[in-house]
Design a protein around this ligand. Structure first.
Ligand code: HEC
Length: 194
């Protein structure tokens, strides 16, 4: 079974973060014994179940955009690009080929470039993880972020949930995003004066 599938399934089944999923994966060697004595039928059953959960997770959809065309939404969209947010939170991506037809060659608007960025000392945890240095984080998708409170009943953002609001999350941006944060702070101050 591809390790990535297993990872995704574990993450999906109850882990809130990659670190959680890694912790669960680290327990797997202890399970090797019991898994080793699985019958072929049992192993096939487990593999099929994991495949189904993986397929389900891959094809979950995102909420539709709301208030399209509303004056505030359009102004916000312009500012998002003007401030430089879209350099990393990319407005539009095209998916590659996929074994699932509905997922292949699609234009999606996830508001991420899916890449690692150095976010400065303020967000660094000093713990390199795979290809990421201790101050690099992957740009998270922002689609559906306006519904976080409704769905999760909280508004904790960033990799460790330290930001209590979207505005706080922006203020934590440093490193490669420092210029965008600076521009958004100047914008806030200018608005406060008017
Ligand atoms: C240099 C790339 C970069 C730029 C520019 C950038 N971001 Fe981010 N953004 C990130 C990364 C990486 C994270 C994740 C950081 C973390 O988890 O510690 C993030 C996290 C966020 C989050 C929290 C999302 C979540 O689910 O926790 C929000 C909201 C956000 N950015 C909005 C913005 C806005 C608005 C701007 C423009 C003012 C902006 N970003 C500019 C890379 C960037």
């Amino acid at each position: 079974m591809p390790e990535a599938n297993l990872h995704l399934t574990l993450a999906f089944l109850g882990s809130r973060s990659r670190a959680d999923a890694d912790a669960v994966a680290a327990l797997l060697p202890a399970l090797a014994g019991p898994l080793g004595v699985l019958t072929t039928a049992g192993a096939l059953w487990l593999a099929r179940k994991l495949q189904r959960v993986t397929f389900y997770a891959r094809t979950l959809t995102v909420p539709a955009r709301r208030d399209v065309g509303h004056a505030d939404t359009s102004a916000g969209e312009r500012s998002f690009s003007d401030l430089g947010c879209s350099a990393c939170h990319r407005l539009e991506l095209k998916t590659g080929r996929s074994d699932v037809a509905a997922l292949g060659e699609q234009t999606i608007r996830p508001y991420t470039d899916m890449l690692l960025h150095d976010m400065g000392p303020g967000l660094a945890d000093g713990r390199p993880d795979s290809l990421a240095t201790g101050s690099e984080w992957r740009t998270p998708p922002l689609w559906g972020i306006g519904l976080v409170r409704t769905v999760n009943r909280h508004t904790r953002f960033l990799h460790d949930g330290r930001a209590r609001s979207i505005e706080e999350a922006i203020r934590w941006h440093g490193g490669e995003a420092a210029a965008a944060t600076q521009r958004s702070a100047s914008c806030r101050n200018a608005n406060a004066r008017t």
